[in-house]
Every structure is written in structure tokens, then in C-alpha cells.
Design a binder for this molecule. Structure first.
Ligand code: PMP
Length: 437
């Protein structure tokens, strides 16, 4: 179930009390702004040099409403993870922090089903991991093949293009998928160093088959990069057994941590390519030679400062990986499937059409519904938000105007929430009928 208002209040507990805020406001008002004067050595002591007053909004407490986040992410964060993220921070280079990062690495190895040493969490969202993979593996002028069947392929193609790769694409309209024969044909033709595939294509609601793709890539001396931001923990994926070379995910979907950290792992083969480059990666922040040291993966005795990691984000990520480990991956996969099937049946009972026809290709975490005829999809979403405080979303990129998306992931994934989502949709379908015509 969802966090209670109590948990919400607890999470807000570190806000400054109103009395302190109003005292701050009085003090700032006492400073005569018009008397500010600078001298040739800088600002005159005791005088204010500021000409922009503190904004009124900053003197009010933070307000964030409670919402049921039943879209494609972020999803609601359970109190246990909120509490972990709210613990007092420690230094990013303290030995205890390194211990926590080591735990995170083990948690990711379990979630990804990999024994790769080069496993870590990026400081940043899913896009950070996406850029990290491309920037470190590919050198300018090298050939990259990207499977585009929704927005995520489009994004990776653009990232690769920006860093100077020769980008080739395999294309399907949203909802389509690629056969291994089609992939092999394109690999033989373009001879890429990297092939990208989205496992959980969240803009179309498709879970892409991965079996055999790694073997085909290796036959053509190509590395396989897979995006599991929307599918990790919700649909089966086995990094080592499926011969995936680089796998990344995000913290804010089935893992239920707040947005802002992104697990990633590199195979030996991927490490060989990225640590034997002729050129440096275009990004200093995302350079794996530095990150591998920061995460204690490079075998050197000393972990050096590279950047300040998101300490609270890592606490929360550790807790979310702990919850997945306690539940067990296979239980998590079957639980997502069971709830998704309940939702799919309920949607069909409402007379709606699921966008992905083949049940086996439906992403259990994010369900796509063909926009019902005679309705304005934006009006449906706005109605549901206003009257039910529930977030669903429309399509993204090429699927805009094609689908509505309902995401039930991790903590949000249960039949009670699915029933709530169905009731809200049924109500909206009654109230917004024919408004499009
Ligand atoms: N890949 C997929 C499949 C996603 O669903 C998302 C987020 N919607 C991303 C990548 C990008 O992640 P982020 O928004 O955390 O950068």
C-alpha cells in the first residue's frame, strides 16, 4: 500500500519551523538594501551588497502534495526507503560510506544477476548511465547500431551522434520488436562496436526478447548494451546468462528509490574495450577510469576523490536493493506479472484495448492502453489527476497521442492499487465521454 500521511509528515520533519523562518525574514528585512556600498577592496563591512531581496517563496515552507504515482515513474517511495534517505549524512569518502557502496555493488550484482566486478551506481538518473555506457565504450568515428522502437532508441542514437559515432538504426514503430535474424543482418552490414536494445521500452509498454542477442553480437565482435530502467525487478533479465555486456537501470521505477541514482554494470569484454581506448571519453564526470576507482573496482589500494556522490541517494538505493534481495528476484518478477494480468483483464472489461497485443511482449511494470476512440487523452489524464490524485501519463516521443500509460511498480504494485487505477479510469471514461468530438 501507499505511504501514510504520517510517513509524509515524517519525511517533511527536517523542515525549518515557521518561527525560525519568520525570524529569518525579519532579520533580512532589517538590512537596508539601499545602503549597500562597495569599496575598492570589496564590499563595505557591515553593509549589505545584495540588491535582490530574498524571494517570498523561499520564506515559505516546502509544499509537495501527496500523489499516487501510477505512471511510468517515478513511483511512490515506501517509508522504509524514505527513512533510509533521511538519515544523517556521512562524508562521501568515509570508510563507512565505502562500505555502503560495496553493499550497493553486491545488491546490483544480485538484481542484474551478474558477477561482473565493474558494477556500480551512477550519480545521476537513468540518462547518466545511458551516457556513461556510450561515452566510455564508443570512440568518435566508430560505428554504433541502435534499435529504435520508441523513445529510448532515439535518445541513445542522439547521444552517440553527439559524441561523434557513426550511428546506424534498426527501426520499428512503437510496439514493434526485432527478430534475432533482423538484428544479425544489421550487425553483419554495419559492423558496429556497440548494439543498443531497450529491454523495457516504457514509451510503448513492450518488453523486448533478449535471448540469443548477446551471442549474435559477440559473433560480430560487437558489445550488447541493454536498458532495463523500466523493467528491472519487474521482468526476468539475467545479465551473465544472456551475455549482456553493459546493463543499466534507474532507481525510481520498480526499485522504488527516489530518482537520482542509476545502477550500471560492465562485462569483462566491455571493460577490455573501454580501458584500451585511444582517446579519452568526452565526459570527465562519467569517465569509468575515475569511477571504477571511486567504487573500489580497479584493484588499487586507495579510493580517490573524483566527485561528491549523492550520499542520501546511495542510502536510499541501498535500502531499495535490500528490499529486492529480501523479496527475491523471482518473486518480484512473478508478483509484477500477476498484478499486471489483473490490471490487463480489468482494462479489457472496461472495453479498452491494450496497445501490445501479444501478452508475452507486454511490459509488466508499464501497461499501455490504446487511446479510446471519442476521448481527448489529455482530458482523461487531467480528470484523473484532479478527482483521484492519481498520475497516469500519455505516450512519450513517438508514442504521444497513441497510448495512455499506467505503471504499477515495486511498492505500488498490488491488486488494491490496480483496482483503484481501474475505478479512476472507469469514472473518467464516464465523465469525459465524447468531449473530443
Ligand atoms: N530508459 C527507460 C526505459 C526509461 O523508462 C527511462 C525513464 N523514463 C529512462 C531510460 C531515462 O531515465 P531517467 O529519466 O531516470 O533519466
Amino acid at each position: 500500500m501507499l505511504p501514510s500521511e504520517d510517513a509524509f509528515q515524517a519525511a517533511r520533519g527536517n523542515m525549518m519551523p515557521r518561527s525560525v523562518l519568520s525570524r529569518c525574514a525579519r532579520l533580512t528585512q532589517q538590512v537596508p538594501l539601499e545602503s549597500a556600498r562597495s569599496t575598492k577592496h570589496g564590499v563595505h563591512r557591515g553593509m549589505s551588497s545584495v540588491t535582490i531581496p530574498p524571494p517570498a517563496c523561499m520564506l515559505r515552507p516546502l509544499e509537495a502534495p501527496f500523489r499516487y504515482l501510477f505512471g511510468p515513474g517515478p513511483s511512490n517511495v515506501p517509508p522504509r526507503i524514505l527513512a533510509a534517505g533521511g538519515r544523517p549524512i556521512i562524508g562521501h569518502m568515509h570508510s563507512e560510506m565505502f562500505g555502503i557502496m560495496n553493499d550497493i555493488k553486491k545488491g546490483i550484482q544480485y538484481a542484474f544477476q551478474t558477477s561482473n566486478n565493474m558494477t556500480l551506481a551512477m550519480s545521476g538518473s537513468g540518462h547518466t548511465a545511458m551516457e556513461c555506457a556510450v561515452f566510455n565504450i564508443v570512440e568518435p568515428g566508430e560505428s554504433v547500431l541502435v534499435a529504435i522502437n520508441g523513445i529510448w532508441g532515439e535518445r541513445v542514437a542522439e547521444i552517440a551522434e553527439r559524441m561523434g559515432a557513426k550511428v546506424h538504426t534498426l527501426f520499428k514503430t512503437p510496439g514493434g520488436h526485432f527478430t534475432n535474424a533482423e538484428i544479425e543482418q544489421a550487425l553483419a552490414k554495419h559492423k558496429p562496436v556497440l548494439f543498443f536494445l531497450a529491454h523495457g521500452e516504457s514509451s510503448s509498454g513492450l518488453v523486448h526478447p533478449v535471448d540469443g542477442v548477446g551471442d549474435i553480437c559477440h559473433k560480430y565482435n560487437c558489445l550488447l548494451l541493454v536498458d532495463s530502467v523500466a523493467s528491472l525487478g519487474a521482468a526476468p533479465l539475467l545479465m551473465d546468462q544472456q551475455n549482456i555486456d553493459i546493463l543499466y537501470t534507474g532507481s525510481q521505477k520498480a526499485l522504488n528509490a527516489p530518482p537520482g541514482t542509476a545502477p550500471i554494470s560492465f562485462s569483462e569484454r566491455a571493460c577490455h574495450k573501454m580501458f584500451n581506448r585511444k582517446t579519452k571519453p568526452v565526459s570527465y564526470l562519467l569517465d569509468m577510469t575515475h569511477l571504477s576507482n571511486y567504487w573500489g573496482n580497479d584493484g588499487k589500494p586507495e579510493r580517490k576523490y573524483h566527485h561528491t556522490g549523492p550520499v542520501s541517494g546511495f542510502f536510499a538505493l541501498r535500502e531499495s536493493l535490500a528490499i529486492l534481495a529480501e523479496m527475491g528476484l523471482e518473486n518480484s518478477w512473478s508478483h509484477h506479472t500477476e498484478v499486471a494480468e489483473y490490471l490487463w483483464k480489468g482494462l479489457e472489461d472496461l472495453g479498452l484495448k491494450l496497445f501490445i497485443k501479444d501478452k508475452d511482449l507486454r511490459l509488466p511494470s508499464v501497461t499501455t492502453i490504446a487511446i479510446p476512440e471519442g476521448y481527448d487523452w489529455k482530458e482523461l489524464l487531467a480528470y484523473i489527476m484532479k478527482h483521484h490524485q492519481i498520475e497516469f501519463t500519455g505516450g512519450l516521443g513517438p508514442s504521444v497521442g497513441m497510448v495512455l500509460r499506467i505503471g504499477l511498480m515495486g511498492y505500488n504494485c498490488n491488486k488494491a492499487n490496480a483496482a483503484m487505477a481501474l475505478a479512476a479510469l472507469e469514472d473518467a471514461l464516464k465523465q469525459c465521454r465524447k468531449s473530443k468530438a
